[in-house]
Write a new protein. Sequence first.
Length: 195
Amino acid sequence: PRPILLTRHGESRDNVRGRIGGDSFLSEAGELYSKKLANFVEKRLKAERAASIWTSTLQRTILTASPIAGFPKIQWRALDEINAGVCDGMTYEEIKKNMPEEYESRKKDKLRYRYPRGESYLDVIQRLEPVIIELERQRAPVVVISHQAVLRALYSYFADRPLKEIPHIEVPLHTIIEIQMGVTGVQEKRYKLMD
Ligand code: G3H
């Protein structure tokens, strides 16, 4: 069995400000996580010469991967965060105040709700299909550094969780979820590298 390591990017400056979307850099805590992650990955995958690191095309995942040495890095647009369309860059408070109908419809059906000029969770799940096919095809370990909404969808696929749960799954920051696929099914371990 070979592991798939899933992690969100280190805390971003927009995370600190409570803003969704965007393309911000890492906070100090996020930078610290990138170093701890590099340490962990280099030890955990030391003997795995064919392993690779997959990121999205957004700065916060690329910067989180940057201290990791010794493995090829691949950027996937399909790993980018859910596109919040007209709400990109807003806080949830601002959405609630300025676009109350949007806020309410998302609350009612978070899986199907599509941001105006953006995406729904169902859209994200669909665009992840080529990533999942490629992950299944890989024989070597893969480290996936992506975003909360995307990782909810990827995680649910491997952990076999129902569609309706996907938008509500906790994927904490600064934590690695290791998935092992063996003959007896899927095993999961979590490594919390910092608070
Ligand atoms: O920036 C977007 C978040 O990572 C996704 O969170 O779908 O719970 O609003 P949400």
